[in-house]
Design a binder for this molecule. Sequence first.
Ligand code: 3DU
Length: 215
Amino acid sequence: MEKKNCLILALDVTDRENALRIANEVSEYVDSIKVGYPLVLGEGLGIVKELAELAPVIADFKVADIPNTDRLICEQVFKAGADAVITHGFTGRDSLDSCVKVAKEYGRDVYVVTEMSHPGGVEFFRPVAETIAKMAVDAGATGVVAPATRPERVRDIRKIIGNDLHIISPGVGAQGGSAADVINAGADWVIVGRSIYNSDSPADAAMKICNDMKC
Ligand code: 3DU
């Protein structure tokens, strides 16, 4: 993904019309559009191709299964036109290897969740986040997902992964995180959903976040 604005839109609306309207309005401010279960379950995987005409799409399916099932999921995601997939890491190295292998075959990217941004994200992830980050490096992933709600954790994870892997960071705005703070802590991109798509003017909201970050 090319870094221009350091902003990824989390497009968690559930209908095609809204999704395309918002994506069109903000496309000049975002480097990628992240879609997940809400939109794909609402409208089908075909929405990925439509959005990919506006910006590269990250498929946030938090893939977390045995290697063979992970492989099948990643193949479907990349065939649908997604540029990247988000996977979990707690399922282990063999599962992650399977996703990375498919991504390399298709020339696409894999981001691995390290520690989640919501309050419950510390319960199980905190003790293993660094281990998952190290595994993401060893497995040849493109980058990791780390919490904008805890910039200090982004700093910790940056130390583990070095500068070769990217950090994409959700939790800005509605979850309380600051875009500027987490970029200063070492994130490459912030992922923002509700603060943009629930705004009366998604374009203005996206522009304001870009201005705040001065990325
Ligand atoms: O809180 P927002 O509405 O800005 O959306 C954040 C998005 O990022 C949303 O799609 C959510 O599923 C995703 N995400 C997290 O919020 C936290 C994580 O640790 C991983 C993904």
